[in-house]
Design a protein around this ligand. Structure first.
Ligand SMILES: NC(=O)c1ccc[n+]([C@@H]2O[C@H](COP(=O)([O-])OP(=O)(O)OC[C@H]3O[C@@H](n4cnc5c(N)ncnc54)[C@H](O)[C@@H]3O)[C@@H](O)[C@H]2O)c1
Length: 254
């Protein structure tokens, strides 16, 4: 049985994870953490605390779907208690990413901007396309999300861009074409964000060449795919002692 502390339990993803874990026999949520300790969260069947430092018990792993500002307190708890941390939250600053890396020397830290198996597969396909097509094809990434999303571009768009960047000599990310009037440079990856309605998550990677275009895309139809990936990652990370892990480690069972 994997005992989970769920940070961000009152949110959309927190709700999806709680519902999914309730149907499983190999995992349970022993505590929820959320700055919003609403009646709905209190009725979820586990105790809810405003801060992880208030939780008096023990757990095997923390799953975080909250806000990047929650990170320092979660890392502090994880290191002090030797409790592995699965970070699914996106929008971290460079300093926060560095905090993650340094904490991972003492405790297991799993981090992925996208917990879906499909997105992690298209990352592989984008790497392959970038290798095969070289600098002759211009790369543009378009991501679409619901109108409540706080960060832009999405963590997933950045993961896809990073995967392509790893296969090229020079790459520069361009987010706002309207602010600069100049022709596109081949080294650029244009990253564009669309926000509206209840879109769960759409990502499209365009490789545009002379007279031909390749598009690799992924549509998330439900938050359940991220919740399922997060629980799979939690069970995987629970036994680990130190190091940085991601979805590729889970998929390949490293
Ligand atoms: N990695 C993935 O696959 C994936 C998938 C979906 C969403 N996300 C990310 O997960 C995060 C949450 O998404 P959501 O749609 O559930 O958002 P949401 O706004 O519905 O929920 C966030 C919850 O976190 C709580 N919260 C905010 N700051 C907090 C803090 N400092 N401490 C504790 N709780 C805090 C809020 O009260 C809220 O209940 C976002 O960063 C989002 O981009 C990642």
């Amino acid at each position: 049985m994997t005992n989970i502390i769920l940070c961000g339990c009152s949110g959309r993803m927190g709700d999806a994870v709680s519902r999914l874990v309730a149907d499983r026999s190999d995992a349970q949520i022993v505590a929820g953490i959320d700055i919003n300790t609403s009646a709905a969260a209190q009725a979820s069947g586990f105790p809810v605390y405003q801060s992880i430092s208030e939780f008096p018990g023990k757990a095997d792993v923390i799953v975080d779907f909250s806000h990047h500002s929650a990170l320092p307190a979660l890392l502090d708890y994880a290191v002090k208690n030797g409790t592995p941390l699965v970070i699914c939250t996106t929008g971290h600053t460079e300093e926060e990413l560095e905090l993650m890396r340094s904490a991972s020397e003492k405790v297991a830290v799993f981090f992925s901007g996208n917990m879906s198996i499909g997105i992690n597969l298209i990352m592989e396909l984008c790497r392959q396309a970038a290798r095969a097509l070289g600098d002759n094809f211009d790369v543009e990434i378009i991501e679409k999300h619901h109108n409540k999303k706080l960060d832009a571009p999405s963590g997933t768009a950045l993961m896809l861009a990073d995967a392509i960047k790893g296969e090229r000599d020079n790459t520069e990310y361009v987010y706002e074409r309207h602010s600069v009037r100049r022709q596109r440079d081949p080294s650029e990856i244009g990253i564009h964000s669309v926000r509206g309605g209840t879109i769960v998550g759409e990502h499209e990677v365009i490789f545009a060449g002379n007279n031909e275009m390749i598009t690799i895309s992924h549509s998330a139809m439900s938050r359940e795919i991220f919740a399922a990936g997060a629980v799979r990652a939690a069970v995987y990370t629970a036994g680990k002692t130190a190091g940085m892990f991601n979805m590729s480690d889970v998929i390949h069972g490293k």
